[in-house]
Design a protein around this ligand. Sequence first.
Ligand SMILES: Nc1nc2c(c(=O)[nH]1)N[C@H]1C(S)=C(S)[C@@H](COP(=O)(O)O)O[C@H]1N2
Ligand SMILES: [Mo]
Length: 400
Amino acid sequence: MSDDKQAPATEGEKISRRAAIKKTVHAGLAAGAVASMPEWVLPALAQGEELVPFSDMPEDYSRPPARPGGTHFLDTRQISSDSFYTDNEDFYVVQHYGQPELDLSNYRLQITGLVDNPREYTLADLQSMPQFDIDAGFECGGNRPLGIFQGLIGNANWRGVRLRDILQAAGVQPEGKEIVFFGGDIGVEEIRETEVEQAFARSLPVVDAMRDVNMLALEMNGEALPQGHGRPVRVLIPGFYGVANVKWLTQIHVQDRRYMGRFMGRDYVTLKKEMVGDQERWVENSVTRINMKSAVVRVSRMGNNHTITGFALNDGTPLESVEVKIDDGPWQRAEIDSRASQYSWKLFSMPWNNPSAGEHTIVSRVTDVNGNVQPTQDALPEKISRWENFGQMPRTLVIS
Ligand SMILES: Nc1nc2c(c(=O)[nH]1)N[C@H]1C(S)=C(S)[C@@H](COP(=O)(O)O)O[C@H]1N2
Ligand SMILES: [Mo]
């Protein structure tokens, strides 16, 4: 998957990669599904396939298309075996200070701080370096069932430069402990009754930053990174919540202490009860690695054969199983889509034949190879935070 040290793609190779990825993205669109409706109102359906509505979802639930400069949620009923790669136009969009338009011809990525060789890269410099690609899915740390049905999630094929190559070329000095990534988006924060300009920024300890899967991404699903997703360069830290993936990257700074900006130190911080040694304490932690989760997002039918579909996502720890439970029945193993890889989302599906009429509750749970099982909502650690919602999420529907 991560084709090491490959030469930059030729234009021809780029076009065929793009075509191959697009083909899998669009294969599931039924021709003229419901002619009078805009395409985004209803999820893609195969010939003869019908969506079974969830009764926990408003009947007219829909997500408008992504608007320039705005935010966007995926309608997770769109997630089917045909949408392993989320369309660039439909991949969720979140940012906190608006979307800066960087001038590509004058773009510079600065490497500063505790390094032997501070330097700047133009876009052409980055494009001429060895590239690799990786399938990675991620969600916003604020993703949740309530109201948005897990819509802050997506999965894509990313291509770019290995972050480690950049850090090694810079020569991180022994005192360098923390790598800070600054975006070109600037907001005004009120800190102690003082208004100060702040760039969006996140940081990683050097050991985390040096993982070989970390990327400065230039392409998403075979296309130049779209404006809303950080054009021309974003950070991609596979296995971490979306907040780690700094868009519109302009500076990488190495320092000898923790970075304490809003999105590391105050926001995207979870307060939860934890054992610290033998003491139970309330602990605040920055949102980092994705907590293992799964959710059912779609039930469809062809005649009386139903299919339950969902996703699992985690920090890259290999999974043992995804199971689905219908009402008070047994946990049944679902099939995990064969395109799943370590950091991609894992789509799962399970046939549900001849269900009885009436209301049903469906829930999934994922288990990793270390025996960790996705907990029910009730079994989650006590937490005061809107971040990191990974408990089991039952869905309800009515079979008529
Ligand atoms: N520069 C910058 N990068 C950012 C953000 C931001 O506000 N500014 N938001 C982060 C958050 S909170 C998320 S969830 C992801 C969303 O990435 P996407 O819009 O490509 O899905 O971007 C991250 N990167
Ligand atoms: Mo986020």
